[in-house]
Write a protein that binds this ligand. Structure first.
Ligand code: GLA
Length: 388
């Protein structure tokens, strides 16, 4: 047990007079493969040692539930028969969404109490929402002996995000939070959901996240727009190539053949996705050959493509990535996650992190009058029950 799990556990016991079940659900990083998941493509995420901790137990009333967020300092009570999404951006939606998905699958959930707190920075592109969904799902599964297979819990958590948070996300974040393993990334095929653990050995280099501390309010709207633009591209490609069911099936030569029928913006979105899928394979090949210079170059091109073709970066992120990509100790840097803010992921020489953070922060503060927050992460296991 660490400090946070102890805190949720004792708060639970004080409030509800019982000993809870404890669950840890991690956030994730993504090495490469952004916005490829909902296009049935490839991603390379990993669960990390920043997590949300849950204390959960049955309530005395079979129909009433209480949720307590220690970090928001809020309590929410509800009736199981009357679950509905609350206002956009409410933390409750991620939990309510999971309960609704479990109910819809025909399984029975009775009244429960839940206390949670964590250290996954919100809006940083590290998927605190997936951690909240996956931890809730695993907690309820255990509490009520539901026996839901892990992959089904991943899908339920993803659907909670679609139906209750209104973001038509792919499956990467929930998959990584649930299936992660220590020191291993997951090379996931988002079409078949086949995956393999991929060891991350960076020799003299390390991964450093720098949080821009920008969270863009347009993120969820623009996210859904990107998804629609990809679908628009697929529907035109399908008319010429009958084997195409998603951008995963498309080669650049095929895209070129229909380019005149595509709106310019749709062309650029499709080009980005096709090339980002290729980058995932090039990146894993570079790591396998311990060619970190090459891996760094791939991160740089991914950043450029997210900026110019998929248009999901923002001035603060571009500034941070350009600064890092021109720095002698950084092999490559790119924005990580859904976009419009959050963190950059930097492949940086070991031992040079502190000096780099100082100069980056100085330049960033001069330009934007706000600070970056460095985040050190270690690759960790996926969701787990904690022995009390
Ligand atoms: C968000 C979504 C994921 C994925 C990434 C971008 O994190 O939840 O499904 O699409 O953005 O790669």
């Amino acid at each position: 047990m660490n400090d946070i799990s102890q805190r949720v556990s004792s708060h639970f016991s004080e409030q509800f007079g019982a000993k809870p079940l404890l669950v840890r659900a991690p956030g994730r990083i993504n090495l490469i493969g952004e916005h490829t998941d909902y296009n049935n493509g490839f991603v390379l995420p990993a669960a990390v040692d920043h997590a949300i901790f849950f204390a959960i137990g049955k309530s005395e009333d079979a129909a009433r539930c209480s949720l307590i967020s220690l970090d928001f300092d809020e309590r929410y009570d509800f009736d199981l028969a009357e679950i509905e999404p609350l206002a956009a951006d409410s933390w409750q939606n991620y939990i309510l969404g999971v309960v609704a998905e479990i109910q819809q699958s025909g399984r029975e959930v009775a009244g429960f109490n839940l206390v949670f707190s964590g250290n996954v920075p919100r809006g940083s592109g590290m998927s605190s929402s997936a951690a909240l969904e996956c931890g809730t799902c695993v907690g309820l599964n255990e509490l009520f002996g539901l026996d839901i297979p892990k992959v089904e819990m991943v899908k339920m958590s993803q659907m909670a995000e679609h139906n209750y948070a209104g973001v038509k996300c792919g499956i990467m974040d929930q998959f990584a939070s649930m299936m992660g393993a220590r020191d291993q990334a997951l090379l996931l095929d988002c079409q078949s959901l086949e995956y393999r653990h991929f060891p991350i050995e960076l020799n003299d280099y390390s991964l450093l996240l720098c949080n821009s501390n920008v969270t863009h309010s347009l993120a969820s709207t623009e996210y859904n727009v990107r998804r629609q633009q990809c679908e628009a591209g697929v529907s035109i490609l399908q008319k010429k190539f009958s084997n195409v069911s998603s951008l995963r099936d498309v080669r650049m030569e095929q895209l070129e053949l229909v380019s005149e029928q595509l709106e310019e913006v749709v062309y650029r979105r499709c080009k980005y996705v096709i090339e980002e899928n290729l980058r995932v394979h090039e990146f894993t090949a570079a790591l396998t050959q311990s060619d970190l210079e090459k891996a760094g170059k791939i991160l740089k091109s991914a950043q450029q493509a997210m900026r110019d073709e998929y248009e999901i970066t923002c001035p603060e992120i571009d500034f941070m990535a350009d600064f890092a990509n021109a720095h002698a100790d950084v092999l490559g840097a790119r924005m990580m996650g859904g976009g419009f803010g959050g963190c950059t992921l930097n492949l940086i020489k070991k031992g040079r992190e502190a000096a780099f953070i100082t100069v980056l922060n100085e330049a960033y503060e001069n330009q934007f009058t706000k600070e970056i927050t460095p985040i050190q992460v270690n690759i960790s296991d996926g969701v787990s029950l904690i022995k009390g």
